[in-house]
Design a protein around this ligand. Structure first.
Ligand code: ZN
Length: 430
């Protein structure tokens, strides 16, 4: 198949040369056109001309979500008003939203990256793409929709929720591709099963974004909808939006579009690079962004770089799926716990469903307790509860050094969500 959206670089050395050249451009552009960056660079005594090799990037200061909030409404701006064609904002739950401005070139670059995702997922112009993500100021709706049209597939912009409409469209338009959060995909998959529509739908693939998805949840979605493939599309509003990378059919590792942004993996405490392959915070520097360029932007997302070439042949580097956010890591009895570690244990235990909650409580004895509420797999009764509980407690204790309490629930008992599912409930400081 002709790869229309493949990167122009053909080797690691060509990629590194492009990154060096574009990083120099971004630093110069930010310094020359953004008051924020000029002040920030001047304060620590660095200048774009000090950048000679990629390693020199580490001399430049990091930026954070606070810089977006402090600069509200148009933070980090490096373009004139007449050149800005669009504004997006994060769905931020606390404080002010993070606002990002785009020039037409920024939009075009974003869509080119997004089309590369559709291409990697094997979409064709014959595909019918049901887009059940939020439309509005946030990036999801516009990204999935406009890239789908530019790619030449057929977009069905159904938005989130409204299961009745979703099911009707799945059947009537023979939708082949579903784009949504994995929580929404699960909700829809269970509804398709409830209505007995499995034989009337033509879905082949889902592209899920914006939340971490456990293996068990993927398996459940794939099984209920009879899918060929499940794709994970990461994205941050600050870095254009969704579409900046995708896993390929070989694994759940994500190829990221390193010809559009440069990624560092840093220790969140020391801001030093972590050894290759270890978990670090993903820190982004954009290579082309005009209106809101990012220089060493701390995303708070954690993942690890994956070394070596991928069997799929793409030369774009890979990182693991997002393992959580540095803000999500909780500490219980002195142990750092990533929710993704609990995902992994649950996904590897037969007899359990994909849905669970983690409750953290401080009790009268002065100690903290971790309680796991987990659904049994569909069709599994309570006869095996004692064995399952024992197995879970021992595996979690072995892996996390914390002994949990385990409550098993019937399949379907935990709440489902159309957007992102809340899994951690920390009531220790209430
Ligand atoms: Zn690959």
């Amino acid at each position: 198949m002709l790869r229309r959206y493949a990167p122009a670089v053909r080797s690691q050395s060509e990629l590194a040369a492009l990154q060096r050249e574009r990083l120099a451009w971004t630093l110069q552009h930010a310094y020359s056109h953004s008051d924020f960056y000029r002040r920030r660079f001047d304060t620590v005594g660095v200048h774009p001309e000090m950048f000679k090799t990629i390693d020199d990037l580490r001399r430049f200061p990091v930026t954070t979500a606070d810089d977006f909030r402090d600069g509200y409404p148009l933070p980090l701006l490096a373009a004139a008003n007449r050149d800005i064609v669009r504004i997006h904002a994060s769905s931020g739950t606390t404080g002010k939203r993070k606002v990002v401005a785009y020039t037409q070139k920024d939009i075009d670059d974003w869509l080119a990256m997004f089309c590369r995702c559709y291409e990697m997922a094997g979409l064709t112009r014959e595909d019918r793409v049901q887009i059940c993500v939020g439309y509005g100021v946030w990036t999801a709706g516009a990204g999935f929709q406009l890239a789908c049209e530019r790619y030449g597939a057929m977009a069905l912009p159904t938005g989130p929720g409204n299961l009745d409409l979703q099911c009707t469209f799945l059947v009537d338009f023979s939708t082949t591709i579903l784009c949504c959060t994995s929580s929404m995909a699960l909700l829809l998959a269970e509804e398709v099963q409830r209505r007995g529509l499995r034989d009337q739908i033509s879905l082949r693939k889902v592209i899920c974004g914006s939340e971490r998805t456990s293996k068990a949840m993927r398996r459940r979605i794939v099984e209920l909808l009879g899918l060929e493939e499940f794709y994970d599309i990461p994205g941050l509003t600050e870095v254009y939006g969704p579409g900046t990378g995708l896993n390929c059919h070989c694994s759940s590792n994500i190829h990221y579009w390193a010809d559009y942004y440069y990624l560092e993996f840093l220790d969140p405490e020391t801001l030093e690079p972590v050894p290759e392959g270890e978990i670090g915070e993903m820190v982004y520097t954009t290579l082309y962004k005009e209106a809101t360029p990012l220089v060493r932007y701390r995303s708070r997302d954690l993942s690890r770089a994956v070394a070596g070439p991928c069997p799929c042949g793409s030369i774009m580097p890979r990182h693991s799926e997002i393992l959580g956010r540095s803000d999500d890591v909780f500490i219980i009895r002195g142990v750092n716990v990533y929710p993704s570690e609990i995902d992994a244990v649950l996904s590897g235990t037969a007899g359990l469903g994909s849905e669970y909650q983690i409750h953290l409580d401080h009790q009268a004895d002065g100690r903290d307790y971790l309680t796991l509420k987990v659904e049994r797999q569909a069709g599994v009764g309570s006869e095996q509860d004692e064995l399952l509980q024992k197995a879970l407690i021992s595996q979690i204790k072995h892996r996390l050094l914390v002994t949990p309490r385990v409550e098993l629930l019937a399949y379907g008992e935990l709440p489902r969500s159309e957007r992102k599912t809340q899994r951690v409930f920390d009531r220790r400081y209430d």
